[in-house]
Ligand binder design. Structure first.
Ligand code: OAD
Ligand code: ZN
Length: 246
């Protein structure tokens, strides 16, 4: 692993614009389930029963109970060494963007500032009828109602079949087209459009670094790929970077 850590730090030292893309794997060491694989959420639950607009229309109480359970788990979880290393990495670069597919808020709690939550945040909810929105860590048995108009509130997360938030999408695609380096951590890298980001970096002559427990479709095109836990690799990168960059 050491020579790979060295190459990564070498790449970072030659980079001005650095982007980090994370998926569920970064939070696995905080005890939050990933989506795919034998222990993944999508093995136990059907996406179409829970994470689609049709599911909410059919049975919003069921959808809210599921998201309430996840809220509780995510509230009880703590940022791990991987989240903390990413927050520290930000301080080495003037031009830095962290894009996360996670909705768990752990990056923010670890101190990341320049952060784009491209699939939303579970600790926000908004009205399906008017512009009302609020932060919340309540757990509900029944669908909460809008205090302004009485319509249903929904979690502020992106469901299957929905568009990603335009502002976040533009921000990350713009950044990718000028990034010198992207570090892709703990994502199966198959859910589009986010999975395109590393290819955009690559096609504009940037470098792609991957940290994942297992190989993904991205491993083939990555300049450096480390198959190891994020909570082990990222602190090592930080340690060497600190030593060399002060
Ligand atoms: P996945 O569950 O698809 O992938 C998690 C990845 O993390 C896998 O490639 C694992 O090998 C890797 N992994 C697990 N533990 C790790 C660790 N400790 N260190 C490093 N890597 C580790 O999750 P995502 O790629 O995030 O979308 O899934 C993408 C999207 O699909 C999610 O945002 C969600 C889901 O359906 C929506 O809900 C819209
Ligand atoms: Zn309303």
């Amino acid at each position: 692993m050491d020579y790979k850590i060295n190459s990564i730090v070498e790449i970072l030292r030659n980079s001005e614009s650095v982007m980090v893309l994370t998926g569920a794997g970064i939070s696995a060491e905080s005890g939050i389930s990933t989506f795919r694989g034998s222990e993944g959420l999508w093995e136990k639950f059907k996406v179409e029963d829970i994470a689609t607009p049709a599911a909410f229309y059919r049975d919003s109480d069921l959808v809210w109970r599921w998201y309430s359970d996840r809220r509780k788990g995510m509230l009880d979880a703590k940022p791990n060494l991987g989240h903390i290393a990413i927050a520290e990495l930000e301080s080495f670069f003037d031009d830095f963007l962290l894009v996360t597919q996670n909705i768990d808020n752990l990056h923010r709690r670890a101190g990341s500032k320049n952060l784009s939550e491209i699939h939303g945040n579970i600790f926000r909810e908004f009205c399906i009828n008017c512009s009302f929105a609020r932060a919340s860590n309540e757990c509900y048995d029944l669908t909460p109602k809008c205090p302004k108009c009485g319509a249903k509130l929904r979690p502020d997360v992106v469901w299957f079949g929905e568009q990603l938030p335009k502002k976040e999408l533009e921000l990350s695609f713009d950044f990718a087209s000028r990034a010198d380096t992207i570090i892709v951590i703990g994502t199966s890298a198959i859910v589009y459009p986010v999975a395109e980001l590393p290819y955009i970096v690559k096609s504009s002559s940037g470098e792609v670094i991957e940290v994942n427990l297992a190989e993904t479709p991205l491993t083939q095109i990555a300049d450096v790929s480390i198959l190891e836990k994020a909570g082990i690799v990222l602190p090592e990168i930080l340690k060497l970077l600190r030593k060399q960059m002060g």
